[in-house]
Write a protein that binds this ligand. Structure first.
Ligand SMILES: CC(=O)N[C@H]1[C@@H](OP(=O)(O)OP(=O)(O)OC[C@H]2O[C@@H](n3ccc(=O)[nH]c3=O)[C@H](O)[C@@H]2O)O[C@H](CO)[C@@H](O)[C@@H]1O[C@H](C)C(=O)N[C@@H](C)C(=O)N[C@@H](CCC(=O)O)C(=O)O
Ligand SMILES: Nc1ncnc2c1ncn2[C@@H]1O[C@H](COP(=O)(O)OP(=O)(O)OP(=O)(O)O)[C@@H](O)[C@H]1O
Length: 514
């Protein structure tokens, strides 16, 4: 049987004792099948590894096949907001044929909306509607895009074109598409900038929490600066709940329900791939801030997020594009001119490398056994969600590498449940983070310079120097790297290229400096 890339199907597997095990959703991504059971890889490439008798016993053929090329236009059709339930419905269509609705449930318990906040909220929801369309556009990537809710300003059209072209850069690369030369949101005709709404300040900051180390450092930086902080999350994965609980701060929780039709189309062969999810999360956070009366949304996006992975079809492909400074500035521009001059949006960690953030996180031991940065723990479908670090992905390796210079080996092993830096089988994966064999992995990992800097620190640290991966880096990697590449002092220094308000800079330097 030939599987279309991205196809997903139900399969039944033999658990190894002769009885069919529970049915599982398995991805056939043009690669060998990977079957996971209880978070452990049991079989690769159809050949069992850790469980010799595991085999695929039956496969349900898809009943329909989705043909992306059939669709000419992606339509951004309309949105509604139900105030009593604080629920937004965002609607889209592919031609006249397929209709999607995504539901966003904003946190309950907001005070009654007065007219200025209602106007600003509607302006944010309008932008959220346009941005969140990327998930549905990507199913077919048609030639044309139309926004049916009103003409776009030049500024807005530019931001949306960037969100779809740059934000879908990795998706385009993986699917062999050239979006840059054909996908463009058109401005006007006759569009004037919508007038921004002044909002009375409340002195409150909303800090989104992703469950990883960065948002913990962001919230503690804001707290140290004396800010009145409320936390925020989309969904409630375990690590988000656990890190928030340790902070002792109140958290507002929004829910996002992707149209199930999209998930079904994925199984039938729709185009699929990474989306600029931080852009969507940011706009849900901004809508929450306006609804609940907060002044600003404070992200935890690092300097390294602006570095791309590779070049493709004339653009730099960056897995983390919507965490980068270009998106931050584009969104700030639209907010200031079209939503409200009083609604703040910035990353309080923008001046820092991942290595500097890891050093700051190492000094916050209360959170060490609550956070998780491994993406496998954040899947929407709880049945496919890993319980904790998978210990075998670029993100698990990068976070290990970034924390290790600032912690003892036993402390690192107790966080991850294993000493990955002493496992020779992990050596290629760790060296790949330095980017000398291939491009930087498509994950939220730091700059190549940061990984080299971490290896330089570990190679000179007697606690770590003889660990298998560090030894390999000392013998094979570091001699081949120019002396001035990955200098730890340079990598750890804070940069001036950021949008952090001056009132926070003393706290930023205190937490992220040496
Ligand atoms: C958790 C994760 O890493 N998911 C990526 C994975 O998706 P997967 O199919 O394994 O699971 P789900 O996330 O549950 O998604 C199911 C399907 O739903 C569609 N979908 C999901 C979210 C969305 O916003 N739009 C959607 O259309 C999609 O069709 C899914 O198949 O692989 C996907 C393909 O590469 C990735 O796109 C999934 O990434 C999520 C959107 C996600 O939330 N990822 C963050 C953990 C993440 O990668 N954050 C970045 C920030 C990058 C940025 O620019 O914002 C980072 O940490 O680097
Ligand atoms: N589900 C979510 N709800 C709210 N904010 C989120 C969510 N997921 C990510 N974010 C926010 O998006 C930004 C980028 O997420 P990212 O995953 O890099 O951060 P993190 O989880 O704190 O750190 P790490 O890089 O260690 O995983 C951060 O500001 C984070 O707080």
């Amino acid at each position: 049987m030939i599987f279309h890339p991205s196809m997903r199907e139900d399969v039944t597997v033999d658990a190894g004792d002769g009885r069919p095990a529970r049915r599982m959703l398995v991805a056939f991504a043009g690669r060998p099948v990977v079957i996971r059971r209880h978070g452990r890889v049991l079989s690769r490439g159809g050949e069992s590894q850790q469980a010799p008798r595991l085999e695929v016993m039956s496969q349900a053929a898809p009943t329909r096949v989705f043909e992306p090329a059939r669709y000419a236009t992606f339509r951004v059709t309309g949105w509604t907001f139900d105030e009593p339930s604080a629920t937004a419905s965002l609607s889209y269509a592919l031609d006249d044929e397929l209709r999607f609705t995504e539901r966003i449930e904003l946190p309950a318990g907001a005070p009654p909306l007065e007219p200025a906040r209602r106007a600003a909220l509607h302006a944010v929801l309008d932008l959220l509607h346009q941005v969140a369309g990327v998930s549905y556009y990507k199913a077919a990537a048609p030639e044309h895009v139309t926004v049916e809710t009103g003409p776009l300003s030049e500024r807005r059209a530019r931001l949306l074109t960037d969100v779809y072209v740059q934000g879908l850069g990795e998706y385009a690369y993986r699917n062999g598409l050239d979006l840059a030369s054909r996908l463009r949101f058109a401005a006007g005709p006759g569009a004037a900038d919508p007038s921004p709404t002044p909002l009375a300040p409340t002195g409150r900051s909303l800090v989104p929490i992703g469950g990883g180390k960065d948002s913990v450092v962001a919230l503690e930086t804001m707290r140290a600066a004396g800010a009145d902080v409320t936390l925020f999350s989309v969904g409630d994965p375990t690590a988000i709940g656990a890190t928030s609980a340790i902070s002792g701060l109140e958290r507002l929780v929004a829910r996002r329900v992707i149209d199930p039709l999209l998930i079904r189309l994925n199984a039938e062969g729709a185009l699929n791939g990474h989306v600029p999810v931080t852009a969507v999360v940011s706009l849900i956070a901004l809508a929450t801030a306006v609804l609940h009366g907060l002044d600003e949304v404070v992200l935890a996006n690092e300097r390294s997020a602006s570095q791309g992975n590779l070049e493709h079809a004339g653009i730099e492909v960056n897995h983390q594009w919507s965490k980068g400074v270009a998106f931050e500035r584009g969104l700030r521009d639209v907010l200031a001119h079209e939503v409200s001059p009083d609604l703040g949006y910035f990353s309080v960690l923008r001046c820092a490398s991942e290595l500097a953030i890891a050093r700051a996180f190492a000094r916050l031991p209360a959170y060490h056994h609550a956070f998780t940065s491994c993406n496998a723990t954040f899947r929407l479908d709880e049945r496919r969600r890993a319980a904790t670090w998978c210990r075998d992905c670029p993100k698990c390796r990068f976070v290990t590498l970034a924390l290790a210079p600032f912690l003892a080996p036993a402390d690192v092993a107790s966080i991850f449940g294993a000493d990955l830096l002493d496992d020779p089988a992990q050596t290629p994966g760790f060296l790949a983070l330095c980017g000398f064999e291939d491009h930087k992995p498509f994950e939220c990992v730091g700059e190549r310079e940061e990984s080299v800097a971490a290896f330089r620190l570990l190679a000179g640290d007697p606690r770590w120097a003889d660990h298998a991966v560090v030894r390999a880096a000392r013998e094979r990697l570091l001699p081949a790297v120019p002396d001035d590449f990955g200098d730890p002092a340079t990598v750890l220094a804070l940069s001036g290229d950021h949008e952090i308000p001056g009132r926070l800079m003393a706290a930023v330097h205190a937490r992220l400096g040496a």
